[in-house]
Write a protein that binds this ligand. Sequence first.
Ligand code: AMP
Length: 458
Amino acid sequence: MRQYNEECGVFGVYGNSDTDVSLITYHGLYALQHRGQESCGIVVCRDRSFYMHVDMGLVGEVFTKSVIASLGVGNMAVGHVCYGANGSNTRQNAQPLVFKHLKGNLALAHNGNLTNAKELRQRLELSGAVFHTTSDTELIGYIIIQERLRSTSIEEAVTRAMASFEGAYSLVIMSPQKLIAVRDPHGFRPLCFGKTPDGRYVIASESCALDAVGARLEREVDPGEVIVFSPEGVNYIRTHCSEAQPSLCIFEYIYFARPDSVIDKVHVHEARKKAGALLAIEHPVQADVVIGVPDSGIDAAIGYSHQSGIRYDIGLIKNKYIGRSFIVPQQSERESIIKLKLNVVADAVAGKRVVLVDDSIVRGTTMKQLIGMLREAGATEVHVRVSAPPFLNPCFYGTDIDSRRELIAYHATVPEIAQIIGADSLGYLELNHVRYIARGNSPTAGYCTACFSGNYPT
Ligand code: AMP
């Protein structure tokens, strides 16, 4: 429930003739809004020229009918939704970024964080580079453009530039003739592509955005892969594939992605239900009802209910209309916000022993408040089950929880946390089991679990 600086969503569409790509991208970004609510932008390519609109705000606020109309038709477009990523949440850092260089225009949308951004920036600045933003994305664009000068094509430049980047980057790049999807060799953040019935290619952070624009999912962009959509057709460049151990962020399945998305052939909803079922096996309890914290705790609560046989009910309702522009109350800000965002369905919990399922506890603020609200509504016991292991380590790959100080599990043991939040019992998903939620068979399948395990892939 609490809003941390999340990550971003990227989108791109390519075709050989002009159509309403601005509207298609708008619809795609709307489906990716959960990945970032701070800023958004669209760049359209028409007759090799770029038309852009980027601003702070939600997709529905920034892109009015007249803005979409002013962007007009085109044969390609790239879009982005953002919660700040690396660099601060300013208009300057809003994406896509557009670069004008010796060989033309380049538009760039990025999800992820580079782990060597500081060194790259320093090296480039010492050689005379001047940057307009504090974002990793500008560094990525700058390096690609440098490589472009000694390459015969934009895709060759991108492939060369990848050798300089470390960390997480799922990119959609647009040149006057080509749309390019790029995923870092670890594949930290998701990226997939598909095709519409009229033959247009669509690239998106999550498959739910393909669904929104009527495109059929073809597959994931593989870790390290560069896919080029151009008048010559589709070109798959695999120079950087198999360079690193695949390390998709497991938290995509647990929290970030939409439950109706499919990542790496695994339905996010199924993965969450599996996490709930595992929790029920690991941490059984005598109770009357299982409820989930909307939105991301619901699927795991259903899984817990199915496995345990304890009835599932809707115990909390989320006000869907509280967004970025909501005016927050002044005193004890955080707690009041939770009360306004979530309310208890008293009838579902009064006089009952409740299992309360959420996907994660970060600071503990949400849980503490919710348990108080459930007890006020008459719950006799509240047993908290968390469909992820304790959050112990910061993330450097784009989830922006980058300090241990914020994490309650770093300071307190599980029984201590239970006491702090006021739960009758508390159970987290076993670290050894977290990999099973996305792939039943292999415990060594390629996931990044650093936020729980401390094993950083880079
Ligand atoms: P807290 O109140 O600080 O313990 O935050 C816990 C809530 O934050 C849970 O309901 C999670 O669904 C949510 N959450 C966890 N990780 C993130 C994240 N990276 N961005 C936004 N919300 C998150």
